[in-house]
Design a protein around this ligand. Structure first.
Ligand SMILES: [Zn+2]
Length: 1022
């Protein structure tokens, strides 16, 4: 069938075909030049600008001034509303007619007061289809509105994508006109494009590529762009090639439409609402035309936004969810960071998410969906399983800088042994375009060849939204079963995982965390956000416990369920994977900090109300302890109280205790030595503090052990140059470790602040640079087994990293770090590339380095970045990246860390409890003088932490208590309570009662067996 002669010149034939569909070259005579037919200008175009994101109703009432194509609008983040009147020429009868709109600001078309089409040039969406085949009875004259945001798909970075936004950018409308769209040309172009790509992707090694080459060359021979009657033959030639089928063993790609929308990143939360609107209305338009099209969509918060901002669109989404095309996935409130949120926060992500999906769509998600997050906690498999989820999809570990993760489809085993079937789409992307390249990559990259014969391919513009296009769907449709390419089917996550599960006998298992070897700076960047998260997690914990107790101390107390849900949702939103990691622009930081303020102020009122309901009013002071163990602590009591305002208070577990100043067994002594060093001692610890605040010695009296390494200093501040390769706010690179410089310049040497008794403390000030200083108070409290370092830093650096070091007298190949509901070990050596890739790691409230019978723990109240190399324990304090927020971390910071040497293991030494104590201060309550100590709950085993007490969702008279085994041991523990519990049942993390697992309530309490790191939730029916 080929014209002879065809010379053996692959390059000329390939480039000939490329030029035939080029949008740059030879468009006067090639096929691409025929994509559009006649065009016609708009009848009129007018606009008005607003700094706010307003509703259509409000916008349509404004006065619009005439404007024209080519005009510019701004500044950045404003919105320009356009009113366009148009008249379709009568002569276009039978043609497909589009409104062609090209602007560099993201736009939405409104028609009849409804959003109808998202238009984003960067997302290859520039057409609103007015008619597929113009009929006489269709309206020819129309008024449309176009809402154009003065930001692009990726915000408005000045110079580079992740640079801080340019606040004064102007956005233009480059084209706005009516055009005739030649659908037959589009289809033929897709045939050509796919064949050209097959030639390129299969390369010179495979004969199938040559078959594509000769097919496409013959198609050029046969195709006359000026004569559409030649198209059918050309199209059928392509069809013959595409329809040559694969053998039975070929790999199957499960194509799923997707649109990753960062809930805030290079644009603020408010813009995300519109991104969802633009992206999802476009998806609905595609679904109307493509009944096989499946779209996966995560993040309950985004659905909630669309529900309140675009109720009409939300109804359409509900319709297509019912049809099985629009598929809510993930089960969480937002796609949260996988490292930093607390265990309870992780549970709440699922609880809020799954409940939302069930309420709005009548279904729970069966898969956890987190393609773009910076590492995954080892406790996630257990949390997923507890929330009805057994499958997990991500791809981010393909970003590892050092080691290649060895699997694409595998079982992931968590800290407690729970496993989930996990899939990383081998194409290493969540925003494919349905191109040949995507399919070939999916096939070739699969690291489980022979073990897993199914893979996912997520297609659609992402990060800034956008989503799939008709062209992507057309591409995939062409090559459903084309010999040489994997089979492609439109699919759902459920279908994919069912297939993977059915044939999983050969799959490998990965145990422990999925650590991302990149973006390690995100444990530290934007310290105020980290602090807000930790403090608000603590506050909500306390409010829920106090409110739960108040229900049974005061029968008129209303549990503030609605308000708590509102505050939790704000906290969960800020845990989004570009907000809590600190990889967002300044506007997002401002919003996030405002939400933390809302939680703090709203939460303070709730906590006060609940605490007041726990006691009778009066002029005395009591403390509320939200932790499930008795505490003996020095607390700062209110003004007007006796002496220094301090008291040593014994607080009963989860309950209220009146403040009665207990004299300490050993008071703190503070001695200033002749050389200016200060020695403090409290009977447990003895420390010598140098003039510059470093610790010359930290002596554990009971163990007869020095903690600080020979010839070294504890509490040593160190600065590093912190210049990553690209991702500024995200990355700290291994080479920064070579730039270590101690902070040595003393502005004010150590001087005594509290002279002993209940508290000894000293203060000092160091100069970091001309602009930055550290002022610190080192505090030793009576009866307290750790020393606190209450720190204020004035920080105005650029690309520097501040840390504090404790070189300790401990030798161990592993250090231990607290994670969600447990802890794990990471190496302190750098034997292999997997070890040294973890030069900067994350942990929660504490890290510990122990040898047999002795160890040192480093505790903190709002930090997450650690490293322990050999015997030096380091806590990461502050960074100073300049992109995407040029002002990141500038200003004053407050944080506290603590050092705790101990004998025996950290478990036996109560390090876990001490870290809780540091983070959950005893809360003061005004009460009557006859208030008696009272405890609501306690647990007999120190290994078991009672983490959460809350009212069950939608069930008054029922409490949820959540406990976990924290030592990594198998234990039996009894939960004791003074509350009137009638019945108890085991439930899952979604609070679903397990009808087969009633729990006996005896006069002793509720006795439960725990496996290492097991989380157990109970429903207590009162
Ligand atoms: Zn993302």
């Amino acid at each position: 069938m080929y014209h002879l002669p065809v010379l053996k010149n692959r390059r000329t034939l390939l480039e000939r075909a490329e030029k035939f569909i080029s949008d740059i070259y030879f468009t006067d005579c090639n096929l691409r030049g025929r994509l559009y037919g006649d065009s016609c200008p708009l009848e009129s175009l007018a606009c008005f600008l607003t700094p706010k994101r307003i509703t259509f109703t409000e916008a349509s009432k404004q006065i619009f001034d005439p404007c024209k194509v080519g005009d510019t609008f701004g500044p950045t983040w404003w919105t320009c509303w356009f009113k366009a009147t148009l008249k379709i020429p009568e002569s276009w009868r039978g043609k497909e007619v589009h409104l062609l709109w090209e602007s560099d600001g993201e736009a939405m078309v409104w028609r009849d007061e409804q959003p109808v089409q998202g238009l984003t040039k960067e997302g290859e969406k520039t057409s609103y289809i007015l008619s597929e085949c113009l009929q006489d009875e269709e309206p020819h004259s129309l008024t449309l509105y176009v809402e154009m945001a003065c930001n692009g798909l990726f915000g408005a970075g000045q110079g580079s994508q992740i640079a801080a936004p340019d606040p004064n950018r102007k956005f233009s409308v480059q084209r706005a006109e009516l055009v005739v769209f030649n659908r037959d040309v589009r289809e033929l172009l897709t045939d050509f494009e796919m064949l050209v790509d097959i030639v390129k992707e299969l390369g010179e090694e495979e004969q199938r590529g040559y078959q594509a080459l000769f097919t496409v060359n013959e198609m050029v021979n046969l195709c006359d762009p000026s004569d559409p009657s030649s198209f059918a033959k050309v199209h059928s030639l392509a069809g013959t090639f595409f329809n040559q089928r694969n053998g039975e063993s070929q790999h199957t790609v499960h194509a799923m439409g997707h649109c990753h929308i960062d809930s805030a990143w290079l644009w603020p939360y408010e813009e995300t609402i519109r991104k969802c609107g633009r992206s999802w209305v476009t998806v609905i338009r595609l679904m109307e035309k493509n009944p096989e099209f499946v779209f996966t969509c995560s993040q309950a918060q985004q659905f909630q936004w669309v529900k309140s901002w675009y109720p009409g669109l939300f109804s359409s989404i509900q319709h297509y969810v019912k049809k099985g095309q629009f598929i809510p996935v993930g089960g969480t409130w937002v796609e949260m960071d996988g490292n930093l949120p607390s265990g309870e926060s992780m549970v709440r992500q699922f609880l809020e998410g799954q409940r939302f999906f069930n309420k709005e769509f009548g279904r729970y998600c069966k898969e956890f969906w987190l393609p773009d997050t910076f590492g995954y906690s080892a406790q996630l498999p257990q949390i997923m399983q507890g929330c009805g989820i057994s499958n997990f999809l991500t791809q981010k570990l393909s970003w590892n800088l050092i080691n290649t993760f060895p699997h694409n489809t595998f079982f992931w085993e968590g800290l407690d042994g729970s496993t989930v079937l996990t899939h990383f789409p081998p194409g290493n992307s969540y925003e494919m375009k349905g191109k040949v390249e995507d399919l070939v990559k999916t096939l070739k990259n699969n690291k489980d060849k022979g073990r897993a014969n199914h893979s996912a391919a997520l297609f659609g513009f992402g990060d800034g939204g956008g989503g799939p296009t008709q062209l992507m769907l057309d591409r995939l449709r062409l090559v459903q079963d084309t010999n040489g390419l994997p089979k492609v089917q439109m699919s759902t996550p459920d279908e994919l995982f069912t297939r993977l599960q059915a044939d999983s006998a050969l799959l490998c298992t990965w145990a422990g965390e999925l650590f991302l070897e990149l973006h390690n700076g995100t444990y530290t960047t934007q310290a105020q956000i980290k602090r807000g998260n930790r403090q608000c997690e603590t506050l909500l914990h306390d409010i829920e416990i106090a409110s739960s107790l108040a229900l049974y101390r005061n029968n008129t107390f209303p549990y503030p369920a609605e308000k708590l849900q509102e505050l939790w949702r704000l906290l969960l939103l800020n845990q989004f994977h570009d907000v809590i990691p600190g990889s967002c622009i300044e506007m997002v930081v401002e919003d996030a900090l405002k939400y933390y303020e809302d939680i703090r102020s709203g939460g303070a009122a709730l906590l006060r109300d609940a605490c007041e309901a726990l006691v009778a009013k009066g002029s005395s002071v009591a403390v509320f302890n939200s932790l499930p163990w008795e505490r003996l602590e020095v607390v700062q009591i209110q003004e007007g109280a006796e002496k220094s305002g301090l008291a040593l208070v014994r607080a009963s577990s989860i309950g209220v205790s009146p403040v009665k100043d207990t004299p300490p067994v050993t008071p703190v002594s503070v001695t200033v030595q002749a050389d200016g060093t200060v020695v403090m001692e409290n009977g447990l610890l003895k420390t010598a503090i140098n003039r510059d605040g470093t610790l010359a010695s930290l002596y554990l009296i009971s163990g007869n052990r020095e903690s600080i390494s020979d010839g070294c200093l504890g509490n040593q501040f160190v600065m590093f140059d912190d210049v990553p390769l690209y991702w500024d706010a995200w990355d700290v690179m291994d080479y920064h470790l070579q730039t270590r410089k101690p902070v040595a310049e003393v502005v004010q040497p150590v001087h005594v602040v509290s002279s002993g008794g209940l508290r000894g403390s000293v203060s000092f000030t160091l100069r970091i640079s001309d602009k930055s200083t550290i002022t610190q108070e080192i505090i030793m409290d009576a009866m307290c087994p750790y020393i606190k370092f209450s720190t204020e830093v004035q920080w105005a650096e650029s690309h520097k990293f501040l840390k504090v070091e404790f070189p300790v007298r401990v030798r161990s190949p592993n250090a231990t770090y607290e994670i969600q509901f447990g802890h794990l070990q990471r190496p302190t050596h750098r034997n292999t590339s997997w070890d040294w890739a973890r030069f900067e790691v994350w942990g929660h409230k504490w890290a510990d380095l122990s040898e047999h019978n002795f160890g040192v723990s480093l505790l903190n109240d709002c930090k997450y970045g650690y490293s322990v190399h050999k015997n030096t324990m380091t806590l990461s304090l502050l960074r100073a990246p300049k992109a995407p927020d040029a002002t990141a971390d500038m200003g004053i910071h407050h944080f506290t860390y603590a050092i705790m040497p101990h004998t025996r293991s950290f478990q036996e030494a109560s390090v876990i409890q001490c870290a809780y104590n540091l983070n959950f201060p005893l809360r003061l309550i005004q009460c009557s003088p006859d208030t008696m100590p009272w405890s609501a709950f306690s647990v007999t085993s120190q290994a078991v932490v009672l983490e959460t007490i809350k009212q069950a969702e939608d069930r008054g008279g029922v409490l949820i208590v959540r406990l976990y085994e924290s030592h990594g041991s198998s234990v039996t523990a009894t939960l004791r309570t003074t509350l009137p519990v009638r019945e108890a049942w085991v439930c899952d993390l979604l609070e679903k009662q397990d009808p087969n697992r009633p729990v006996q309530v005896t006069s002793e309490g509720i006795t439960l067996d725990f496996k290492p790191f097991q989380i157990v939730s109970l429903l207590l029916i009162m």
